[in-house]
Design a protein around this ligand. Structure first.
Ligand code: ATP
Ligand code: MG
Length: 228
């Protein structure tokens, strides 16, 4: 069976030359549909760079990337954004919420790009916010929410359109232990419902809760193991 994600010999080198940074240095990885996987590494190891590639937000300098059997390394910007809208839910490091939109407006945003009407958007966004326990915070703007609540809005935004792939960059970074457990439970439920969930983290306690752990160091994959 063709893996959902197939990356081969991927490179991303910033400032080529003397001060170059090999953010991705010959990375090859396959991820099957339905996997629950963590990509783990220290700060600066290349995790967010890799997430940007996996999420079709950036293109590598060289290497292959097949997503769902489709060669996405050579698509136009329009085609890439179409793939992002339909296949991938992003939870960004640091939330990336729009400050002057309330929680509902933030969750609705990606649904606009999917061409859904206003009423349908409100319904779907409301359901997603309820799923993360924020049904009574829908009209709060980000600065009227706690850090954990903002992170849950970001999770609701990622899952509202029910994308098959969830890409989460440090989804529990800066959260207290209670909020961390809540977010992890949501991600575990998404995995149980059949989504492919990819978590990017520096935290071994998070990595211990997924099925498969890929470790990255200086832009290279140094281990790939299944949790007992
Ligand atoms: N636009 C850029 N120009 C130059 N160097 C960059 C750029 N973006 C990232 N880097 C470098 O590439 C390396 C990988 O960065 P990346 O953001 O992928 O790390 P990370 O593993 O996500 O780290 P963190 O855990 O701190 O978020 C770092 O050394 C960083 O300094
Ligand atoms: Mg990062």
């Amino acid at each position: 069976m063709e893996p959902l994600i197939r990356v081969k010999n991927m490179y991303k080198i910033y400032n080529p030359g003397e001060n170059e940074v090999r953010a991705l240095d010959d990375v090859s990885l396959e991820i099957n549909q339905g996997e629950f996987i963590a990509i783990v590494g220290h700060s600066g190891s290349g995790k967010s760079t890799f997430m940007n590639m996996l999420g079709c937000l950036d293109t590598p300098d060289s290497g292959e990337y097949f997503l769902d059997g489709k060669d996405v390394a050579n698509l136009s910007d329009n085609e890439l954004s179409d793939i992002r809208n339909h296949k991938i839910g992003f939870i960004f490091q640091g939330f990336n919420l729009i400050p002057n939109l309330d929680a509902l407006g933030n969750v609705e945003l990606p649904l606009i790009y999917r061409g859904l009407g206003k009423q349908q958007r409100k319904e779907i966004a409301g359901e997603a916010l309820s799923k993360v326990g924020l049904e009574n915070r829908m009209d709060h703007r980000p600065n009227q929410l706690s850090g954990g609540q903002q992170q849950r809005v970001a999770v609701a935004r990622a899952i509202a359109a029910q994308p098959p792939i969830i890409l989460a960059d440090e989804p529990t970074g800066n959260l207290d232990s209670k909020s961390t457990i809540e977010i992890m439970n949501i991600l575990k439920d998404l995995h149980k419902s059949g989504r492919t969930v990819i978590i990017i983290t520096h935290d071994d306690e998070i990595a211990n809760q997924v099925d498969r752990v890929v470790r990255i160091m200086d832009g290279k994959i140094v281990s790939d193991s299944v949790n007992p």
